[in-house]
Design a protein around this ligand. Structure first.
Ligand code: 4AD
Ligand code: MG
Length: 471
């Protein structure tokens, strides 16, 4: 007999039919009531043992079972139907005294140490189902728009992006010459290689042939930043579009975010409801003035329904400089001089206190942004944009790209980058250059926003952060 997924039973309960389900025991009460979950949905199904001949000794929290029975209306509280058990096969036993995931609330810190089992909790299964759906929504958006999905390399010899510190890839062992240092011509690729920090530069080459493209892959940054929003390995979605200027780029970023959020609202109703209620419970423990004004689902809907605020760096700078927060020295970093980089406290002030909406800041000082961003006529600012979200801060970073060879070369030299390394990137500007733009969305930050999870370590199956690469 085929297995029935618990999700399908909830979708259309077929009473008095014979069914077989398989899953893991979440709870076992009174030697009679099994709460079974198979991962297909946040909901467990109650399986009731009425036949006293059935051996229940090996049924414990954490064990895996295959249950045959009939779906009947439930007279008990809390569920409308249940399975009346006819037969149980124990697939895998579990020691209830040692199994780490007990039917009670565990801290996220504890569950990170049990990352191989935490997927069997309601919270993590909800988060990871949403993660999966979000990835699908991303592909669907770009597919509907006719973009081509490009697989940019993960191992790269170009370390010129300047997005952050890189992890080296090598098979060399003690190949150090005291005088000359390490001889990379002896290394696997015959040169120094690293894990990529971004697929952008390669995506640009494809955009200037295919038109509209995107990458969606893992990226690696060896920054020693131990924050709740930084991971050393994270996934990034990077669209790159020929013939787009910065306004087209901002329009695409905004409609993309709204599309995937709507996709989640429509396709993950139960998981969102569960996470929403979980957060409301958390909020009720806090003093009233520290509670969020909007619930998780309200926040997502608000983002879908309202236009993002667009503001130039210079205007945002004035707002921050003249804010009470700055005057009363409530910021850790005070805003005094034009040209400073905004810290996450400033970004959050703009989004959460001042505008109370997602914000896109554009036209940043060229000094604090990458060499590839298009220089404005003022010679001071570049056509960059960052999308900032409540509770998250920067979720997207992007720009219109510098398509003029002479200016690009000048910027490369100013930043002390070796022009030779970027010969292929410069070629794009020599042969058929066009205005083009793109951006990068941090996938985990988007998941944090959709799930209300506060730490990036809890939205990726096996987080990699400084001093942590377990599992
Ligand atoms: O702003 P970033 O560094 O931009 C780039 O890498 C460009 N090449 C993107 C492009 O234009 N194609 O990174 C883009 C986004 C950030 O806005 C943030 O959401 C996320 O990637 N991000 C991180 N997410 C998790 N952990 C980290 N260490 C991250 N660093 C950046
Ligand atoms: Mg950035």
């Amino acid at each position: 007999m085929d297995l029935t997924k618990i999700k399908d039973i909830y979708a259309s309960p077929n009473y008095n039919s014979k069914i077989v389900v398989a899953g893991w025991v979440r709870a076992f009460r009174g030697n009679r009531f099994i709460e079974l979950n198979d991962g297909s949905t946040i909901q467990n199904i109650q399986c009731v043992i009425t036949d006293s001949n059935l051996d229940t000794k090996k049924i414990n929290v954490g064990s895996s079972l295959k249950i045959q029975g009939s779906l009947i209306q439930s007279i008990g509280k809390g569920q409308t139907f249940e399975i009346e058990v006819m037969d149980i096969e124990i697939l895998g036993e579990s020691d209830p005294d040692k199994y780490p995931i007990q039917p009670k609330k565990h801290s996220f810190e504890f569950l990170r140490e049990q990352a191989h089992l935490r997927i069997r909790t309601s919270t993590f299964s909800a988060v990871m189902r949403i993660r999966s759906k979000l990835a699908f929504g991303v592909h669907q958006f770009f597919n509907e728009k006719g973009f081509n999905y490009v697989h940019t390399p993960i191992i790269t010899s170009s370390d010129a992006e300047g997005a952050g510190e890189m992890f080296q890839v090598t098979t060399l062992n003690n190949n150090q010459n005291e005088k000359k240092g390490i001889d990379y011509s002896e290394d696997f690729f015959g040169k120094k290689t690293s894990l990529t920090v971004s697929g952008q530069l390669e995506a640009e080459t494809y955009a200037l042939g295919l038109g509209d493209v995107y990458t969606f892959g893992p990226t690696f940054r060896a920054e020693n930043s131990n924050t709740s929003r930084h991971a050393s390995e994270f996934w990034m979605i990077e669209p790159e579009m020929a013939f787009y200027d910065l306004n087209d780029n901002m329009d695409l970023a905004e409609s993309f975010l709204k599309y995937v959020l709507k996709y989640i609202i429509d396709s993950c109703k139960e998981d969102l409801k569960f996470l929403d209620e979980r957060l409301l419970k958390d909020q009720s423990q806090k003093p009233k003035n520290e509670r969020d004004e909007l619930s998780l689902i309200e926040k997502i809907n608000f983002t879908i329904d309202n236009k993002f605020t667009r503001i130039s760096y210079s205007d945002a700078f004035e707002i921050l400089k003249n804010s009470n927060y700055n005057k009363k020295k409530k910021f850790n970093y005070l805003i005094n001089e034009w040209g400073c980089d905004f810290q996450s406290e400033h970004e959050r002030f703009l989004v959460e206190k001042h505008f109370k909406s997602p914000v896109i800041i554009y036209d940043y000082p060229s000094k604090i942004k990458s060499f590839y961003m298009r220089l404005n006529d003022d010679d001071k600012t570049v056509r960059a944009m960052d999308v900032l979200f409540p509770g998250i801060g920067e979720i997207i970073g992007g720009s219109q790209r510098e398509e003029r060879l002479d200016i690009l070369k000048k910027r490369i030299n100013e930043m002390g980058i070796d022009e030779k390394e970027l010969w292929w990137y410069l070629d794009l500007r020599k042969y058929g250059t066009v205005p083009h733009s793109g951006f990068g969305l941090g996938f985990e930050r988007l998941i944090m926003f959709c799930t209300g999870m506060q730490n990036i370590r809890d939205v990726i199956p096996y987080p990699r952060t400084p001093k942590n690469a377990s599992f």
